[in-house]
Design a protein around this ligand. Sequence first.
Ligand code: HEM
Length: 420
Amino acid sequence: MSSPLLRDRCPYRLDGSAADIHGEAAALRALGPAARVELPGGVPAWSVTDPGLARRLLAHPQVSKDAHQHWPAFLNGDLPADWPLRIWVDIRTVQTAYGPDHRRLRHQLVPTFTARRVRALAPWIEETTAALLDGLAKAAAAAPGGVVDLRTHFASRLPWLTVTALVGLPEAMRDSFQTINDTVFTTDLTAEQAAANSAEAARLLGDLLALKTEHPRDDVASALVDAHRKGMLNERELADSIWMVLGAGYGTTANLLDHAVVNLLTHPDQLDLAVAGQVGWDQVVEETLRHQAPVASFMMRFPTEDLHDEPTRLTFARGDALVINYAAVGRDPGVHGVDADLFDITRATGREHLAFSHGPTYCLGAELARLEGRVALSALFSRFPALELAVGRDCLTPLPSLIFNGHREIPVRLEGNPHS
Ligand code: HEM
């Protein structure tokens, strides 16, 4: 007999390779404020594309993110054993907790992200950015045709260095943590590779926790170790929270920088406005977040009881899986007009996006990511005014992820093309 999941086929099958996130978002929007979808692995869910409905669900006290308590498909063993998205609901962190557990786990992290602490990071981020731009220039000088991958050398490197400093990873551990972090969400590993990764992840984390226990510092890892010692979080939550913060601060902000650079390079009139100071870098950041939500969709939420939404007249059953489609929400024509698909840093509604979520799960790193965006973009374009893409925009390959919206690589020339 087939499992209930397989019998209950969904009407819109999402493309696991995420080749066209916005084309898919438009098709889902046409199906209504929320559409029934099938996630990779044949798992049914709703994809929520309407901004009003998304806000109401994000703030609703009867909507949980804890699959361990509130997702029957997870609890009953209905999911395929090798379900590629399992890690997103299985981990035990603030990102997958509900009610008092969510408040308890969020409370441990809040002090790291106060406005004062984020502002204090600005000089460090500026210095690190300048050093990375030096490195980029060196890499370009050594590369055939002067073509370098801006994603590797800059867009993802700055967020990684920032989040590892915040967490308190010693320099010697940075690269090994990055290798594991880069593979942990990869869905095409063999069972042996996945097992080897888990063993390596546990070993690295063990080393880090031992270090922070013996030599605590003013960093996230030390604060979490201390909270664990005081009984505020268990061992699994401690381990998962460290990986979660590293992941949450890295690929997300890399995608923001990635899309901002690509959009500006392909809209030179807008780049001119930003470089001339006629439009602030903060507006560039907000319009990028709206136009290319770095977290395209998030896995996942579950009503703890049947939930009727009167404005849309939709009813979600207890335990239905809900995916908030932040990419679709950012381009809603009802909010942003008929040209919602266009990148326009002068747009009056640029700040009206939900790219950092809303309500109790509002992103803790939002101000840090905004700061990194402003510093990185202004420094990059002032240092390399002739920066250009080395391939056509259509040749850039999207990341194969329903969740992370970015490119695999951004080949650029720093000094423009000498032959053009
Ligand atoms: C442009 C960059 C970023 C974007 C677009 C982003 C987006 C998001 C979104 C959409 C959520 C909520 C997910 C959901 O429940 O649906 C979230 C939560 C979170 N983010 Fe970010 N994020 C970014 C950067 C960061 C950074 C730099 C950090 C930390 C270093 C961070 C840490 C967190 C944490 C801890 C949460 C969980 C909050 C909670 O559940 O209470 N994020 N982020």
